[in-house]
Write a protein that binds this ligand. Structure first.
Ligand SMILES: Nc1ncnc2c1ncn2[C@@H]1O[C@H](COP(=O)(O)OP(=O)(O)O)[C@@H](O)[C@H]1O
Ligand SMILES: [Mg+2]
Length: 229
């Protein structure tokens, strides 16, 4: 992949704060974080446990609303947007994968991949099905499309989760410790896959505490105690 000297910013967070209150105790998870993500860029976020990585990823991906600050996407501030606007962006442009993949156990690998297309009991179109198979092929699982998650290894299950993120042609893929539950060889395979899928159309923002994996990214952002350092 060719290195770009200039890159268009696709997502820009500035001055983001977030405090959690639990049992009367306040924990300031984000203390004013700013971060930009370029189009097609692979950014990794590293830092110790408790430094605020997951909170930042949740705020960037609109799963959590920040207390203060801006999240600019498509020249709109997602921190101020309505629920309907946020849902539209999240549905159309964002994909999220977690440490534990959240596949539905009674659906096949292909059906899990096609979940973003499914609306109630309406069957997906032949075109969508073809696209689902294409995405499974991209993650190296074309021959296992008919398997249930329980018949797949942990790494394969995580690759199905990646295929599911790819199927909707998202602009940004957010991943929180995607290799956290995998052994190192399997984790490395998943990482290479993530590093390979980013490109002009897709940015990847990944949280990890594995420094070797972080180095596969275009840029490493380090967090300490609620701040980017
Ligand atoms: N839902 C929550 N309720 C209360 N405190 C939370 C919640 N989520 C995170 N925190 C606190 O915010 C801080 C940052 O957590 P987190 O973003 O999960 O860190 P990391 O992902 O780097 O381990 C920690 O002190 C954590 O205990
Ligand atoms: Mg975390």
């Amino acid at each position: 992949m060719s290195e770009k000297t200039t890159s268009t910013t696709i997502l820009l967070a500035s001055g983001v704060t977030k405090t959690f209150t639990q049992d009367g105790l306040a924990a300031q998870a984000l203390k004013g974080v700013s971060l930009s993500v370029g189009q097609g860029e692979f950014v990794s976020i590293v830092g110790r446990s408790g430094s605020g990585k997951s909170t930042l990823l949740s705020v960037l991906s609109t799963l959590l609303k920040p207390d203060q600050g801006q999240i600019i996407y498509n020249s709109a501030d997602l921190a101020q947007a309505t629920e309907a606007e946020i849902n539209a962006v999240r549905h159309r442009d964002f994909a999220v994968i977690f440490q534990f993949h959240y596949l539905l156990p009674y659906l096949t690998a292909l059906e899990n991949t096609l979940l973003p297309f499914m609306r109630g009991l309406r069957p997906v179109s032949a075109e969508q099905r073809r696209r689902g198979l294409e995405c499974l092929e991209r993650v190296g699982l074309a021959d296992k499309a008919a398997r249930l998650p329980g018949q797949l290894s942990g790494g394969e299950q995580q690759r199905v989760a990646i295929a599911r993120a790819l199927v909707k042609d998202a602009r940004i893929l957010f991943a929180d410790e995607p290799t956290g539950s995998l052994d190192s060889a399997t984790g490395a395979t998943v990482m290479e896959l993530l590093a390979g899928i980013r490109g002009d159309g897709l940015s990847v923002v990944m949280v990890t505490h594995n420094e070797d994996y972080a180095r596969l990214a275009d840029r490493v952002v380090r967090m300490e105690d609620g701040l980017v350092v």
